[in-house]
Design a protein around this ligand. Structure first.
Ligand code: 5AD
Ligand code: SF4
Length: 471
């Protein structure tokens, strides 16, 4: 039987007036959506908004006003699950009081499927990453007939190529160029939640990029679970990247996340040479030990990784960042030290460091005991994080007095009198607003006066003002 069959209806409490009154000429149900996890999920939320708007749904930023509450979820680590359960509990009450329809979408819906519906009877709709087109119908059934439903079939071809994402304004845009992953790294749930790898027609990607440029987007991030394994007819990822970067109006192109095994010289060359491709590569290491890398199914050794780093660095100054997992199954202190050594040899600009978290269905969950005690995982994670913080701060401080080119994004999060943007290396830069014009979307030179591990503080060239650090 198909996994996307409708389940037994449950009784919902009193329906809100807006839902009861929904007809072709009355305003449709109001939807509140929360997005967890990666940029791909943010992008998927844009697709979902487009699909729902087309069918008369409206969006609200206020959860308590909504008729439908949706969670676009992430399943990559245990804490992503826990965060969702906290949020679900908040809206359970709204369901009891107002009969709000609750939907769980994305990776967690796909991963837990019926378990989630069985354990949380207040969830009405469950939709995996390949089932978004079914969402409007499932929500309508839930709103009008009080039916629970799910769409969790994985597809080998769905790329949502014909859907124009409903994006919020801004100078940053992202485009999913491929979906799914065939790598099956043993720790990773993505191949099970997002299914088989498939690439979009480059024509669709380039049309989308041109449309974004016309809307005022200046920086595009190309997304994929394994973005550099993109291939479509005779197009590979390097060709696609260069073609997007050639589009008029696009100042910067980034991509995430690549796998170290798919780095042909043409891709390195493109990053090193093209004036609009950021000279920054996020290169997930995961572990620096050969036995652990083998267990992880990463298809490279420590020396393969270091050779790739060398090849990248020989082309000129390219910033590297990474992902690391601490405490994977069976990892000894000596094996962890190998990861530390690679971190020391490369000196990444920054690193995401994660405690290994066993995921249901994965190869590691089936094959290896999760035997590194939690406090040991935590201690190793902190050791790397602390060390990395010092390296990031050292690198940022080495820029004192130098000019960095910043893409202006708007006001800083903390103050209306400060502006912010990012360098080509993706480091955040903050500066006091002054008479020097810094229009949003422009590239401005900023002299660095102060730096922390994560942020540069400075003043735009010619403003004659120095940043006063906040105590
Ligand atoms: N446990 C811990 N970290 C994980 N990641 C992926 N799966 C797991 C897991 N089970 C990390 C990897 C990946 C990043 C997106 O999340 O480092 O690159
Ligand atoms: Fe997960 Fe590995 Fe695929 Fe990345 S490449 S999404 S870590 S399976």
């Amino acid at each position: 039987m198909s996994a996307s069959h409708l389940l037994t209806p449950i009784s919902l409490h009193k329906r809100p007036a807006a839902v009861q009154a929904h007809t072709a000429d009355a305003p449709g149900p109001r939807v509140y959506i929360e997005t967890f996890g990666c940029q791909m999920n943010e992008y998927d939320t844009e697709l979902l908004r487009a699909l729902l708007k087309k069918r008369g749904f409206h969006f609200t930023a206020i959860g308590t006003e909504a008729d439908v509450v949706l969670f676009n979820t992430c399943a990559i680590r245990e804490n992503a699950h826990n965060r969702l359960y906290g949020h679900l509990a908040e809206f359970k009450r709204a369901k009891q009081e107002r009969g709000v329809v609750i939907g769980v979408l994305g990776c967690m819906a796909q991963n837990l499927k019926k378990d989630l519906l069985a354990e949380r009877p207040f969830i009405d709709v469950l939709v995996g990453p390949d089932g978004y087109r079914r969402l409007p119908d499932l929500l309508t059934d839930a709103l009008e007939f009080r039916k629970r439903g799910m769409a969790v079939d994985l597809s080998e071809s769905e790329t949502y190529d014909d859907i124009v994402p409903d994006r919020t304004e801004g100078i940053n845009g992202w485009i999913a160029v491929m979906r799914g992953c065939d790598n099956f790294c043993s720790f990773c749930v993505v191949p099970y939640t997002r299914g088989r790898e498939r690439s979009r027609d480059p024509k669709g990607v380039l049309d989308e990029a041109r449309r974004l440029a016309d809307q005022g987007v200046r920086q595009i991030t190309l997304l994929g679970q394994n973005v550099n394994s993109y291939h479509y007819d005779d197009w590979d990822f390097a060709k696609l990247l260069v073609s997007v970067a050639d589009i008029n109006g696009i100042q910067r192109v980034r991509f995430t996340s690549p796998h170290p095994k798919d780095f042909p010289p043409a891709l390195i060359e493109a990053v090193a040479q093209h004036p609009h491709i950021c000279r920054h590569i996020h290169l997930p290491l995961q572990s620096g030990n050969d036995r652990i890398l083998e267990r992880m199914g990463r298809c490279y050794t420590q020396s393969d990784y270091l050779r790739l780093v060398d090849a990248i660095q020989q082309t000129g100054p390219i910033t590297l960042t990474t992902d690391v997992i601490c405490g994977f199954c069976g990892e000894t202190e000596e094996e962890f030290q190998d990861t530390f050594h690679v971190m020391q040899a490369v000196e990444f600009q920054s690193a995401f460091v994660f405690k290994y978290s066993e995921r249901k269905h994965t190869i590691a969950a089936r094959k290896y005991p999760d035997d590194v005690p939690d406090p040991v995982k935590g201690e190793r994670t902190n050791r790397i994080l602390e060390w990395q913080k010092q390296i990031s701060a050292k690198k940022n401080r080495s820029l004192y007095g130098q000019s960095v080119e910043v893409l202006v994004e708007g006001h800083s999060k903390k103050s209306e009198t400060q502006l912010m943007g990012h360098t080509e290396s993706n480091v955040t830069v903050v500066w006091d607003q002054s008479d020097t014009p810094c229009p949003v979307g422009s590239l401005v030179p900023v002299i660095v006066d102060e730096a922390s591990a994560s942020t540069l503080f400075g003043h735009p060239v010619h403003s004659g003002r120095r940043f006063k650090p906040v105590q």
